[in-house]
Design a protein around this ligand. Structure first.
Ligand SMILES: Nc1ncnc2c1ncn2[C@@H]1O[C@H](COP(=O)(O)OP(=O)(O)OP(=O)(O)O)[C@@H](O)[C@H]1O
Ligand SMILES: [Mg+2]
Length: 359
């Protein structure tokens, strides 16, 4: 669902902003520190309940103000408007409103607003630990498998309890009751992730190949424990090791997406620019897969990224996004940097000292 109106109040240097958006490309143009990233951050907050830059609410509320608001109006497939909003106070209190109803959960916002963020630090998806790639897989599973969110939450809570029990248990028998439930959840979580990656894999490899034709790219899923061994046996067989470590070593909390280029881990082969291109390709592939599978459109937030791609690749990215008819927000310092992404459907916004004007 595209956003057709965005209202921001007291968010970083944006005191007040109310803009009508294009359902296609929206360009945010302005000098350093003008508020371009803040607009993207506000949209991200609407979909995730948190910023992608700071975990501290106090940092994103405008200095000297007590609270912030972000409201969005979406157009659903029947062209009805769906208003959603988030309010955050300095003490961390968060209120979510959907269709005028208060007290809604953040996960509901995330369901309504599937977002893909592409920004300059984004290549940590490929170079940092598996946590980022697990989140990548789980974004897709969350939007395609309704039972995943609860199951994953329950697994993480049980895992925490198990780690505490490991420190005091004198025999495996003290854990076996809890492990049955943990194993059941782990098998489900794994099956959903495996199915998701199986479905995404070919498409993701193709798009990566289109962005980086000089490489042979392979994407594979790792479940977090030995294949073909039931998770229950992993827990039981490794009790002594886990106890010595003080935590459960194997499991869905260790799952990963293994990405290889010409048979070698990506970070050892690709340049920084190529890594960024691959992140772009993976995120576009994931958004396209979501649309094919569920009919849901995802919104792309592209921060300062186009400027780092050469003209040909910038155009390829824009064409890919236009093909999916996705709504896209692109920030850039100058208009010339986004000239090859612009078309008649796009809207241009000029950002200066926290003020956003269409023009
Ligand atoms: N809590 C806050 N209250 C008021 N202003 C803030 C707050 N936090 C950050 N700022 C200011 O708001 C502006 C936000 O800039 P933002 O990151 O959106 O700029 P940008 O247009 O993306 O710039 P760049 O091109 O350098 O990436 C900065 O000038 C920053 O100093
Ligand atoms: Mg910025």
């Amino acid at each position: 669902m595209p956003l057709n109106r965005l209202i921001i109040k007291q968010f970083r240097n944006i005191e007040a902003c109310d803009i009508e958006l294009s359902t296609g490309f929206n360009f945010l143009i302005g000098p350093n520190g003008s508020g371009k990233t803040s607009v993207l951050e506000a949209i991200y907050l609407l979909g995730h309940g948190r910023s992608f830059k700071s975990s501290l609410t106090g940092r994103i509320i405008t200095n000297e103000c007590d609270e912030l608001f972000v409201h969005g109006r979406f157009l659903n497939s029947d062209q009805f408007e769906l208003p959603i909003g988030i309010n955050k106070q300095r003490d961390g209190t968060t209120e979510v409103k959907i269709s005028g109803q208060s007290g809604q959960k953040l996960a509901q916002l995330a369901q309504i607003l599937p977002l893909q963020l592409i920004h300059t630090e984004g290549f940590e998806l490929l170079t940092d630990g598996p946590k980022h790639r697990r989140s990548f897989i789980d974004w897709g599973v969350f939007h395609t498998e309704p039972a995943f969110y609860d199951a994953w939450g329950r697994f993480k809570r049980l895992n925490k309890q198990r780690n505490a029990l490991l420190k005091t248990a004198t025999s495996y028998r003290e854990l076996s009751y809890w492990d049955q439930e943990m194993a059941r959840l782990a098998e489900n979580i794994n099956a959903w992730r495996q199915q998701y990656v199986d479905e995404l894999k070919n498409h993701a490899e193709q798009i990566c190949q289109a962005f980086l034709p000089e490489f042979d790219i392979k994407v594979n899923y790792y479940r977090g424990w030995e294949k073909s061994t039931p998770y229950q046996s992993i827990l039981e067989d490794n009790f002594v090791r886990d106890q010595a470590l003080g935590y459960t070593f194997s499991g869905p909390n260790k799952a990963d997406l293994k990405i290889k280029v010409n048979g070698t881990p990506v970070e050892d082969v690709l340049s920084r620019g190529q890594l960024k291109l691959m992140v772009c390709a993976l995120r576009v592939a994931q958004g396209q897969h979501l649309t094919q599978k569920t009919g849901k459109q995802c919104i792309y937030l592209i921060d300062d990224f186009a400027s780092e791609l050469d003209g040909q690749r910038r155009k390829r990215l824009a064409d890919c996004l236009k093909e999916t008819k996705a709504q896209v927000f692109v920030s850039s310092i100058t208009e010339s940097q986004i000239a090859d992404m612009h078309d008649n459907n796009g809207k241009m916004f000029h950002v200066e000292h926290g003020t956003i004007e269409q023009g």
